[in-house]
Design a protein around this ligand. Sequence first.
Ligand code: PRP
Ligand code: ZN
Ligand code: MG
Length: 226
Amino acid sequence: SATSRDRLRIAIQKSGRLAEPARALLASCGLSWRESRDRLFCYGETLPIDLLLVRDDDIPGLIADGVCDLGIVGRNVLGEQDGERRNGGREPAFREWRALGFGACRLALAVPESWDWQGVSQLAGKRIATSYPALLSQWLAEQGIAADVVLLSGSVEIAPRLGQADAICDLVSSGATLSANQLKPVETLLQSEAVLAGPAAEFDAVRGELAQLLLRRLDGALRIRH
Ligand code: PRP
Ligand code: ZN
Ligand code: MG
């Protein structure tokens, strides 16, 4: 947008698992900010690089619309929304620029602990609850399995107990949520972590230079961490 033309704007999660590590990583790149009173916008002081604090699910769309230039978001969210765009016949609008090494988790298929898991053919004709319909449908198609995808925006793990689904596909980090719901992971669809996302298209000159500066510092910071 016109107002962000000479400054770079990065969207990060306002609260949640990626919020603090994302900010800490950017701070380790030498960025510092002055927070707005509503704590939704952080004005860059050391460099003209501002932060917008948003819901993680909104980040790919903000990049696609050019409201934000970059974002820190889970690969799972980016992949799902990229899949939705493809399914809708739209061009890719964002892509993963860097893997950031925190927020590791996996998108997994999980079934009731009581199932004797023999393989993916067992999913034929079953109902699978998920918040990731594009990634799940793509995986099912690759496996050659016809199953019903039940879309839930949260609390996916409870669906089998409620009789809404036979199996689920959701993020697994420690595995505690699966265990608490008597489910076991049986297949991994995607290894995920926080990533720096950017547009599929090129920046203009000013923002392109700022983005390159940030990437150089980020790569330095990531090298020190690993
Ligand atoms: C995520 C994910 C799982 C849970 C997995 O949910 O959707 O439910 O974490 O973590 P675990 O394996 O360590 O138990 P989150 O609590 O982030 O909330 P959300 O589902 O509302 O996004
Ligand atoms: Zn979310
Ligand atoms: Mg959850």
